[in-house]
Design a protein around this ligand. Sequence first.
Ligand code: GAL
Length: 797
Amino acid sequence: MFNKLVSFFILFAMVMTAIAQPRQTINFNEDWSFTLEDDLQFRRTDFSPVNWKKISLPHDWSIGFDFGEEYPAGNAGGALPGGVGWYRKTFPLSAKDKGSHYTLHFGGVYRYAEVWINGKYLGKNINGYLSFEHDLTSHLHYGNEENVIAVRVDNSLQPNSRWYTGSGIYRDVRLEKRSPIHLLRAETFITTPEVSADRSTLRVQTALNQAMSGKTGKLQLKLHDKNKKLIAEQTLAFSGSQFEEGLSLGRVDLWSPDSPTLYDLSISLLDSSDEVIDHLQYAVGFRHFHFDEHKGFFLNGQSFKLFGVCLHHDLGALGAAFNKSAAKRQLLIMKDMGVNAIRTAHNPPAEEFLDLCDELGFLVQNESYDMWAKRKNKFDYHIDFKEHHIADLISLVKRDRNHPSIFMWSIGNEIREQFDSTGIALTKNMAEVVKALDPTRPVTAALTETNFDKNFIAQAEALDVLGFNYKYFDYDKLPTEFKGYPLIASETTSALQTRGVYDPLQDTIQLWPASSKDKFVTNGNPDFTVSAYDNVAAYWGTSHERAWLEVKKRDFLGGIFVWTGFDYLGEPVPYPYPARSSYYGVVDLAGLPKDVYYMYQSEWTDTEVLHLLPHWNWKEGDLVDVWCYYNNADEVELFLNGRSLGRQSKTDDQLHAAWKVPFEAGELKAVKIKNGTTVQEVAKKTAGNPVDIVVDVEHERYAVDGATDLYFLTVSLVDEKGTIVPNSDVELSFIPQENITIVGTDNGYQADLNSLSNPKRNTYKGLAVGMVKKGDLDKAGKILIKTNIVEKEITIK
Ligand code: GAL
């Protein structure tokens, strides 16, 4: 009897706490201490990290270093160090907080995060790209004694990746405070079994961490539209721990990349007196899609070519440290280019990245692995694969399956097992695991095999959609070899460019390196640059135009995923060190578009495009290749200092107009002509000496939440008429004056060895970008940008 009374009392107390605060998600990114020393005593509560650095998360310690040749990750890994780092944070809980349930959620730690709370070991996380959490409840102190979290992060086994990974707690950390009985996010699955013009249904499956123990609870579902209008509501009694229910809806606005309409679903757990015990919220999008083996991809019943790019997870000068406004900037730059789909190469992204894709409208192919049991690097995930790959796949699908943006799961990129029989069982097993958790999306893999032997065919049969990387010369074989299978060009291109560099054009596409016999290009440029005419590619790839044309003209290919949307840290094919970041991006590492960006924009959007290249600073007599990307017109007329150099147009096989022009200083002008009328003009002028800088501050468009927002300062070096000077770069110093922190600087040059955290940066081909943050959001920030020719104070409102 006494026991019963006690347990009744405890339950009562728990419910009371729960009533007061259904669920609190507490941002745990601030007030951490960090060291690069390694000592197990750092886990102890009585240890005091006095000399440690004060930092906030997300945090990537590698990016703060100077680039170096000596690091074992090599330049393929970004020429930056790994190592071991420790993090500590203390926090109080008051006596009133007792009775709640607490979990500590990590969005991603690279790598091998071991976590302690108050000296008690909670475990080790293996996969550096997945979220994980620890239940803190039974280890917490309330009242005077503070709680201590200690995290050891070990990225010392190198090399462990083909690209830059970053090191540390590089995504958000949050503390979830919930009622002891609560809804489980991982067990919640929201689907839209029926989506049509006038009728849709929403199905919600969820579960509690424990049964309602003989009592009946209620679950309340509420769906609001974007104007916060309630459009459906349902409250149902249930017992046990599982719940499944549907909402029937009338007409809803569909989600698509062009119109990413989201609804807001709230799921509340109520007690018998209708008080909220727990609560979850989701963005829901109604869309339906299918693949057709002959006609490609269809979204909401309409044929829809996937204009996709592959993206790695780093954010340039921020390294791997996730920042939502920097990710939003990446995505919006992609959106303006016409991109409607993203392949997260070759690992799961931050959860907040997917929130952005839901909101901004991108179809996402979420990829799990770059290798299975057969390695690509000595210390990569292959060492953990056998033991962890299924659990990690489950954790990925459960984490991400409620995002409307996700439309496919990729279980691997260019997996070595595809070449022999060992891949068959693995492919089948992983595809089954994914589909058991999410029957609504196809499973794919990015394949490279072209010997379609029985092993490969057996693997392919276990997939729903076949993705082929490169191999465009084999595209036409695919529909007959794989009858009945939807097909996509899961990775293409691998063209190479440095923004703003123009070498005289060769007649054929230059392959750098030329073949598998060479590791590096043998006749490259001494300054480690690659020409930005779309005419150089790695030997397994081709130019942007060519790759896109191959996909464009084949309806059976659902779409293209260009390697890559942005340059990324690491994999600087075709050069050895000092090159340390990739040349593949349509946009450089600083976020500045290369010329070919406008080729895509002219093909993939209705934006009026007229883009002329190169710059107009050459030597008298140089014979210069002039290209023009344009759309919505019949032809382009080129004028040099007022004289017509003739009209040119694109063809079915060439997506730019081209001229050869003997250089003469002055003005080169392109005029876009439609039905005989001029519709747009653009000019390149010969720049004089640099005399000034122009600073463009971008913020509003990339703002997310105020607190973590970055301000992007694009600095152009100009002559007295305001023309960008492409050939006389200067050093910029970004000097904070008031209420400003410099987060990073960059100029997109792949062999700039100056640390990306350094507030000094040379312009490159006339441009550079500074990324800064304000302290007090309500006050203006002031920053001085100094060069040897001019200095400017910029006020950031
Ligand atoms: C692909 C690979 C990518 C990247 C690319 C570079 O084969 O999937 O991760 O390495 O080549 O061209």
